[in-house]
Ligand binder design. Structure first.
Ligand code: AMP
Length: 114
């Protein structure tokens, strides 16, 4: 399942370059082009789902595997703590509509987020 006009489907297909840090049968992880922290990696499913809500409804097992793969990426970067963010909807800042978990770490974070 892919979407012809989707930027992240093109990264999965290798049609657009990205700095890959991990790959599994289900997911691809690559550095965010506009990093907001020393570690800022996007973990995405190879399959196209528009956001975490749609993916969780369609395939809860894949959603769990993506969470595990995000934790593995954080460990690979030497993080003991990390933030995993899924912006869901344009009104909260989602700009690419292929689900992606932001793995963020390596600096101090504040709560609540802005
Ligand atoms: P969001 O605003 O939650 O949808 O996050 C989209 C993220 O994708 C942003 O943090 C962008 O910096 C990142 N991004 C957009 N294009 C690329 C790209 N070609 N390679 C890596 N990251 C990208």
């Amino acid at each position: 399942m892919t979407s012809a006009d989707c930027l992240f489907c093109k990264i999965v297909a290798g049609e657009i370059p990205a700095t890959l840090v991990a790959e599994t049968a289900d997911t691809v992880a690559f550095r965010d082009i506009n990093a907001q922290a020393p570690t800022h990696v996007l973990v995405i499913p190879r399959e196209h789902h528009r956001d975490i809500a749609a993916m969780a409804a369609a395939d809860p097992c894949l959603t769990g595997r993506l969470a595990a793969d995000a934790a593995a990426v954080a460990a690979q970067d030497g993080l003991t703590g990390f933030r995993l963010v899924f912006n869901t909807g344009a009104e909260v800042g989602q700009s690419v509509f292929h689900v992606h978990g932001h793995v963020l770490g390596g600096r101090e974070f504040r709560w609540p987020p802005g």
